[in-house]
Design a protein around this ligand. Structure first.
Ligand SMILES: [Fe+2]
Length: 311
């Protein structure tokens, strides 16, 4: 099982220089906690929650309809009251098993009803368990497409289909990203180009296709699921990578010990991410588990990408 000590975290913070003191202060309480043993943690927002920020939720591998998925959704609701995020990114495997109307109700609508009632807009990407027809499901906001681009403030989001990185999608990415003058560009998809998972690990085939495009067009951040844990990776060629795939399932203990890719990982309970991109070129993140404990938090500074610098 992966264990990250406070001292390791401090070394990482000193080495990479982008973890806030909040993360250090929180790490002692969060690391090594026993699932179910502790009372629910109170809402403890580490994000600055500034005026004018772009605020969103990140979840992956959600579609089970289990009690645990519902419990995690309850924590998301509590945090929405403190940090009113306007939309949510879904990193794929939105439906496990059957995909009838009753399944969409049980595994999505019933679970996130509170957020839907608060007008939180969900943007899905397709995972390996997802039928392509999910692109027509109104709550996933794909508008019939398998990959889309949308903007929120100064941030441009690319929802990609990592199941089929075909020439058509590559051409679309190249054209969209080349013309994109947004300050931040964030790609999200199901398969992780980099991962320390024992069962799956890095999706190298996807990486070979997307990484050159991401580097060429100044993608700042990549979010992926597929692995049923949380991982913040060391920046790869200047790009920040996260895995958040424990929204409905957990693969406990799956993160490899001493992986050279790992900046921080958590595989002891289900989790979700909150993200805030402020007007000062900073991206703040907070990762929260099913009992409401913060298991990672910090701030990343905008990279000076070619496209952004040319503005
Ligand atoms: Fe998957």
């Amino acid at each position: 099982m992966k264990r990250i000590t406070a001292s390791a975290l401090i070394i990482a913070a000193l080495s990479f220089g982008f973890v806030t003191s909040d993360a250090l202060a929180q790490s002692g309480a969060a690391v090594g906690s026993k699932v179910g043993a502790a009372a629910p943690a109170p809402v403890n927002l580490t994000l600055p929650n500034k005026d004018g920020s772009v605020r969103f939720l990140v979840i992956g591998d959600t579609g089970t309809g289990t009690e645990q998925q519902n419990e995690l959704a309850g924590v998301m609701m509590k945090y929405h009251a403190a940090f009113p995020y306007e939309f949510a990114l879904m990193l794929g495997d939105n439906m496990y098993g059957a995909e009838k109307a009753a399944d969409f109700k049980k595994k999505f609508e019933d679970v996130y009803r509170g957020l839907l009632d608060k007008k939180v807009k969900f943007y899905a990407t397709l995972g390996n368990h997802d039928e392509s027809n999910q692109r027509f499901y109104e709550h996933f906001n794909l508008n019939g497409e398998e990959y889309i681009n949308f903007k929120k403030g100064n941030v441009s989001f690319y929802a990609l289909n990592s199941n089929y990185m075909d020439k058509k999608q590559v051409k679309w990415m190249e054209e969209k990203m080349a013309a994109d003058t947004s300050e931040w560009k964030i790609a999200f998809m199901h398969h992780p180009p980099y991962s320390s998972g024992g069962k799956h690990g890095s999706s190298t085939g996807v990486r070979e296709v997307v990484e050159p495009i991401f580097l060429k067009h100044g993608i700042n951040v990549v979010l992926a699921g597929h692995e049923h844990f949380y991982e913040r990776l060391k920046p790869q060629k200047g790009i920040y990578y996260f895995i958040s795939g424990a929204g409905g399932k957990l693969r406990e203990g799956d993160v490899k010990d001493n992986s050279p890719l790992t900046e921080k990982a958590y595989d002891k309970d289900m989790s979700f991410m909150l993200v805030e991109i402020d007007k000062d070129k900073q991206m703040h993140f907070q990762v929260i588990n099913r009992t409401g404990q913060t298991v990672d938090s910090g701030v990343l500074t905008h990279q000076k990408t070619k496209t952004a610098a040319a503005k």
